[in-house]
Design a protein around this ligand. Structure first.
Ligand code: ADP
Length: 179
């Protein structure tokens, strides 16, 4: 599914983020920037061990929840990895929605700062961090759509969704945003 917002596109695909040919790939990291499982493990495996060395050297204090940091992309075809730290779902009363929005916004700002035209996002926080996919998808898509109405730099944001349930959920939300 592909939809135009402003002069840019939002695309939803079912697949593996590590193989995407885009300028920047977003990782769902943890605040220690330590290697984890899920999409983080897959990205570090595919990109190579120099990414962890770069994170330790440049960001020894980690990254706060709701923010993101940039590294090079090692063996990936992307130029950069943006390591975003989404919130752990705790029922919705711990500012999770603001923190998730801010994680996406920080990545979009990094994309502008690093001259990226295309960015691929996973579904941040909806794996081990247990954020309900319908709520997280709404925030993800609305935050990106809002940014695309105002940026000239970013031309494509691709959500790379790993399972059919997440892909279906994001697709339904994007459809409702069109009416
Ligand atoms: P978080 O800790 O932020 O919840 P996870 O990595 O546990 O992060 O999960 C985030 C989402 O990324 C989940 O939907 C998970 O299925 C998905 N995911 C796992 N591996 C990949 C991959 N290689 N490409 C894209 N998405 C992936």
């Amino acid at each position: 599914m592909i939809v135009q917002f402003g002069s840019a596109l939002i695309e939803l695909v079912l697949g593996d983020i590590t193989t995407q040919e885009v300028d920047a790939i977003v990782n769902a990291a943890n605040s220690y920037l330590a290697v984890g499982g899920g999409v983080d493990g897959a990205i570090h495996d595919a990109a190579g061990s120099e990414i962890m060395q770069e994170l330790e050297r440049r960001y020894p204090d980690g990254c706060p929840t709701g923010s993101a940091v940039a590294t090079s992309a090692g063996q990936l075809s992307a130029r950069y990895i943006f390591h975003a730290v989404g919130p752990v779902w705790q029922g919705g009363g711990k500012k999770e929605s603001q923190l998730l929005e801010s994680a996406y916004e920080t990545c979009l700002n990094l994309a502008e700062q690093y001259d990226c035209q295309s960015v691929a996002f996973p579904s941040i926080s909806t794996g081990v961090y247990r954020y309900p996919v319908d709520l997280a998808g709404e925030i993800a898509l609305r935050t990106v759509a809002t940014k695309l109405e105002s940026t000239k730099q970013i031309k494509l944001v691709r959500f790379v969704l790993f399972d059919q349930g997440t892909f279906g959920c994001y697709s339904r939300i994007l459809e409702t945003m069109l009416v």
